[in-house]
Design a protein around this ligand. Structure first.
Ligand code: BGP
Length: 452
């Protein structure tokens, strides 16, 4: 590979990371005294997950974490974003602590640190202790407070060595979609008012966790990992960009804008009418607490255009064309511009620092006879994404880091083991790990601190 360094690389202290989540990579979900989670219960029902897959073993990071950390070090990864399994630590969600669960995360953290990799902890990435699901899960007003208690515990247990925390990952997936589709645990269909209240509870969980972590240690770096509606301009003219920015703020009213501004937009309240969530001033203050960074999980674009003043909002969503470039997964449309415009809009609107907490794709990986995984399609995807991210940094948008999704092939929720998102291949039978070509590509970008 060429040795030249681009004239304007990423910022000197740019954080090159990789991300995973407990339920997707650990395996052995009930080992050593862990309690069941709602996702485990969900997966164990027949016909819910593709192929009736359940992450009982693979990829088995719970047992193979040392090997995974070694691979990260070899690739050159500087930071590892992983989540805590709440029910490993509190089998019933609260009360009794399972020390074996705490010990596991201590071992993982210590191994990361010994290898020069900074831990970035996600407190909650969807797997709720079943005991709390039995109380109503995120429909219950109690759960946000329990997440706050869990945050206090995690902050005290790990905050001596870990300074970076994400409160929650993608609120929509454990609230909105969990209670309006049957593809996310618990898979119960509820009326719109209940769904809206659950979304609010998810945001409140973030608020409680943020306040709890701040109280543990004032200098922790705390944010959330969110998958906003990724509004970008179909035509990047000044009017097109303005329309997309406006759309971005309003189309994200029910979660991101609420958390960044501490109140609902009048447009959202008017749209939901009687179905709008019940709120209190004190709760809204918690929800709007200042974060140190905003984590963006960025996958597929939504295209907006400006429309004339006859339209009340000034923007319109346009359909994605039928033959728009797509990665392996349906609807995983590709447009690297999300890595430019979303950080820009967040910074323009709220002045916040940005971390790309997830970005990546499933690709058509096959293990060749020579033992390699020649994922040129994923490399193409990463090349585009990192180029636009580098451009964002060059334009002064404060993007502090990038976490590729994912460090390794894992359990992709309702799709089971069907989609491979890793830069490291996993043989789900033998648990063998093989870095893909994309791992070499990523490694070289990290080494140069610049896109190749
Ligand atoms: C995010 C989740 C991850 C992972 C990823 C895969 O929503 O936080 O846990 O599943 O998505 O991408 P996709 O959105 O294409 O399923």
């Amino acid at each position: 590979m060429k040795q030249t360094i681009s004239a304007r690389p990423f910022p000197r202290d740019f954080i090159w990371g990789a991300a995973t989540a407990a339920f997707q990579v650990e395996g052995y979900p009930e080992a050593d005294g862990a309690g069941p989670s709602n996702w485990l219960r969900f997966c164990r029902q027949k016909g819910v997950v593709a192929n009736d897959d359940c992450p009982d073993i693979s990829p088995g990071q719970y047992r193979l974490y040392q090997e995974d950390v070694r691979l990260m070090r070899e690739i050159g990864i500087k930071a590892y974003r992983f989540s805590l399994s709440w029910s490993r630590i509190f089998p019933e969600g609260r009360g009794r602590v399972n020390q074996a669960g705490v010990d596991y995360y201590n071992r993982l953290i210590d191994t990361l640190l010994a290898n020069g990799i900074t831990p970035w902890i996600t407190l909650f990435h969807w797997d709720l202790p079943q005991a709390l699901e039995d109380l109503g899960g995120w429909r219950s007003p109690e759960i946000p407070r329990y997440l706050g208690d869990f945050a206090t515990f995690a902050g005290k247990a790990f905050g001596d060595r870990c300074s970076h925390f994400f409160t929650v990952n993608e609120i929509a997936n454990f609230t909105k979609w969990a209670f309006s589709t049957q593809v996310e645990a618990p898979g119960i269909i509820c009326d719109r008012k209940t769904v809206n209240q659950s979304i609010y509870n998810g945001c409140l969980g973030h608020g409680y966790a943020l306040a709890a972590l701040r109280a543990v240690r004032g200098d922790l770096q705390i944010g959330l990992a969110h998958d906003p509606r990724a509004c970008i301009p179909a035509l990047p003219t000044p009017e097109g960009i303005e329309a997309a920015r406006k759309a971005f703020r309003l189309e994200n009213s029910e979660m991101l804008t609420l958390m960044m501004e501490g109140k609902y937009t009048p447009e959202y309240l008017a749209k939901e009418g009687e179905n709008a969530p019940k709120t209190t001033e004190a709760e809204l203050r918690l929800i709007g607490g200042k974060v140190d960074f905003l984590g963006l999980n960025l996958y597929a674009p939504l295209y907006y255009v400006a429309v004339d003043e006859t339209s009340p909002l000034g923007f319109r969503l346009t359909e994605v064309r039928q033959k728009h470039p797509l990665m392996a997964r349906p609807e995983s449309y590709v447009d690297a511009d999300i890595l430019y415009y979303l950080p820009k809009f967040c910074h323009d609107l709220w002045g916040t620092d940005i971390v790309i907490s997830e970005n990546g794709c499933a690709a058509t990986d096959t293990l060749e006879r020579n033992g390699e995984i020649q994922d040129t399609d994923r490399i193409m995807y990463l090349k585009g994404a990192l180029s636009r991210l580098q451009a964002a940094c060059q334009d002064g948008i404060p993007v502090k880091g990038y976490f590729v999704w994912s460090m390794l092939d894992n359990f992709e929720w309702c799709s089971g083991y069907g989609y491979r998102y890793g830069i490291v291949y996993v043989n789900h039978r033998t648990l063998e790990r093989i870095p893909k070509w994309s791992a070499s590509y990523y490694s070289e970008c990290i080494r140069r601190n610049s896109v190749l």
